[in-house]
Design a protein around this ligand. Structure first.
Ligand SMILES: NC(=O)C1=CN([C@@H]2O[C@H](COP(=O)(O)OP(=O)(O)OC[C@H]3O[C@@H](n4cnc5c(N)ncnc54)[C@H](OP(=O)(O)O)[C@@H]3O)[C@@H](O)[C@H]2O)C=CC1
Ligand SMILES: CC(=O)N[C@@H](CCC(=O)OP(=O)(O)O)C(=O)O
Length: 342
């Protein structure tokens, strides 16, 4: 089977990463590539690492340009996906890497994104309990945010197994590509190089309700999340340090057994051997997530650390993994767990 795929937002970071992965997917032929301010440009000037596509010209993003494909990836700013998606037929698989269709609660959407809720699509984090069944055969996929991917993989086994109380504390560091390519003053090289800095502090980051949604679903009861993102001087990667109070009777051995069970058959999640800790460098460019946990007996808390590449497992790799499931392909096709080191 060969599927023809279009990418809207091909000039951006997420669009570039999905193209890098699609170029290695044996069942995909790359069709239309679209952009916005860069429409008319050659891709080679914008994504020089995508050598085989260097001479392709970007069309303006429109339903017409994206018509005639089996799969359309949307790598557009928040709020731009719905208008495009509704003009693509119901038989086209639309994979949205933006946030528009991730949340179930319309009030949460409006509170954190400030606009009207467009709807809810099957959620593209296959590792979450029950997620694969909703993705199989689906024609619409909402790819998770990068932080919610890292945090949900770290904590859902603890909530699904009833190991921890319902208040989670998370501090995560992200590479700068998470903020997209559009120029922003706080992302100038002189601001970022040699510094780590927090942002979105105090429960205001828009990924907070998405984490709450995923962890509450795993727990079967409401979970609260205190989330603090930080910006790290690296282009890619997320390291999420997550903790929650352990329930009575939980210790290092029971926690480890639950995580071993949860990830035993997962092709992209690696629970590291005891004593080894996740590192963003180890997952650079790969669709793998590294996880390690510890029981902190002094504080009575379970601490779980995850590392992903925000652009791969956190966006484009997760998108391809979910596409594979939706199309009935082997879930791992075109995806690697091999990182780039050093
Ligand atoms: N970067 C990351 O790690 C992650 C990103 N995402 C999501 O992916 C999406 C894209 O993000 P990212 O690639 O980082 O952002 P970029 O800023 O790098 O790219 C944005 C893309 O959208 C296009 N675009 C900009 N404005 C419009 C518009 N008004 N209408 C149509 N297209 C437009 C741009 O085209 P042009 O350059 O030609 O103007 C560009 O191709 C976002 O929704 C983001 O939240 C999700 C998870 C992680
Ligand atoms: C470093 C950085 O700025 N990261 C982005 C998250 C990007 C991402 O995953 O997400 P969305 O698809 O939800 O935009 C942020 O904190 O807003």
């Amino acid at each position: 089977m060969t599927v023809r795929a279009a990418v809207a937002g091909a000039s951006g970071y997420a669009g570039g990463e999905v193209l890098r992965l699609l170029l290695g997917h044996p069942d995909v032929e790359i069709g239309a590539l679209t952009g916005h301010s860069n429409a008319g440009q050659r891709l080679g000037t914008l994504q020089p690492h995508l050598f085989p596509l260097a001479d392709r010209e970007l069309a303006a993003t429109s339903a017409e340009a994206l018509a005639g494909h089996d799969v359309v990836f949307l790598a557009l700013p928040h709020g731009q996906s719905a208008a495009v998606a509704e003009q693509l037929g119901p038989d086209v698989l639309v994979v949205d890497m933006g946030a528009d269709f991730r949340l179930k609660d319309a009030a949460d959407w409006t509170k954190f994104y400030g606009s009207e809720h467009a709807g809810t699509w099957p959620y593209g984090l296959p590792e979450l309990p029950g997620a694969r069944a909703t993705l199989e055969g689906s024609k619409r996929i909402a790819v998770p945010g990068c932080y919610p991917t890292a945090v949900s993989l770290a904590l859902f086994p603890a909530y699904a197994a009833g190991l921890v109380e319902s208040e989670a504390v998370i501090v995560a560091a992200s590479g700068t590509s998470g903020a997209g390519k559009a120029p922003k003053p706080h992302l100038l090289g002189s601001e970022v190089m040699g510094a780590m800095s927090p942002y979105g502090v105090g429960g205001v980051h828009r990924h907070t309700p998405e984490m709450i949604q995923n962890l509450s679903q795993a727990a079967g009861e409401p979970v609260t999340v205190s989330f603090t993102p930080t910006l790290a001087p690296m282009p890619r990667g997320i390291l999420a340090t997550c903790s929650a109070r352990a329930k009575p009777g939980v210790d290092a051995a029971t926690a480890r057994a639950a995580y071993e069970k949860a990830f035993a058959d997962e092709p992209f999640v690696r629970l590291l051997p005891e004593g080894q800790w996740p590192s963003t460098a180890a997952v650079h460019g790969s669709n793998a997530a590294q996880i390690q946990l510890a029981y902190d007996g002094t504080a009575g808390r379970l601490v779980v650390i995850s590392a992903i590449d925000n652009l791969t497992k956190g966006t484009a790799g997760g998108a391809l993994q979910s596409m594979n499931i939706a199309l009935g392909l082997d879930e791992t096709t075109g995806l690697s767990t091999i990182g780039v080191a050093p």
